[in-house]
Design a protein around this ligand. Sequence first.
Ligand code: COA
Length: 201
Amino acid sequence: MLFKIMNKILFYWDLFSNYFVLYFLRHAGVTLKKNIKCYGMPLLSIKKGSKIKIGNNVVLRSISRGNAIGINHRIILTTHTSHAHIEIGDHVGISGGSICCRKRINIGDYTLVGANVVIADNDMHAVKSENRRYNNNDLDIPAREICIGKNVWIGADVFICKGVSIGDNSVIGAMSVVSKSIPSDCIAAGNPAKVIKKLPS
Ligand SMILES: CC(C)(COP(=O)(O)OP(=O)(O)OC[C@H]1O[C@@H](n2cnc3c(N)ncnc32)[C@H](O)[C@@H]1OP(=O)(O)O)[C@@H](O)C(=O)NCCC(=O)NCCS
């Protein structure tokens, strides 16, 4: 009985908070399509002029409820430059994790992004040692586009580095570091992630 009442309360809480979060995202400048569900409030840091687009039926989970692994922190969406562009396709699911964009990050339709994944198309600091602490110069912080295909499954705690593309239907094993592109229809894992299996296409 008590369980049923709690479920009902959570159901209405989710409805209400989703409405509020979508309102906040829209007012922060995020372009939203239809039927997006947000559990908890993502953290946003949006550079003026940059673009974040979120597709139909996307689920953004910033709380651990409903995620078997549990998330370490809320979803963080950051655009570092005025020309940065994050595009999240239709039916994508993201749990916790961070998307840090200086140039462009595409996530294809039906892709699943597991708990606490980091997708960063740049290194956030300059590699050259001189003035690294305060250097925010585009020329010193290289950025290369990331393109994640359709129906990709990215396991928990994966780090996806700049310049990487991941082909349609592929799977990335938990805790992998993806520093080179991965073809479609395969399973890749490890640090650095390498193809370990082909999937029947
Ligand atoms: C990627 C994954 C789905 C592959 O499963 P699988 O096809 O059953 O693969 P196997 O267990 O047969 O492993 C094949 C090989 O890859 C290795 N491997 C599998 N996952 C790995 C990983 N995450 N990192 C490094 N190596 C890995 C195995 O050790 C094995 O090596 P071997 O051939 O030398 O013995 C699974 O290993 C995985 O990472 N699951 C976690 C998914 C996850 O994060 N879920 C929650 C978020 S949604």
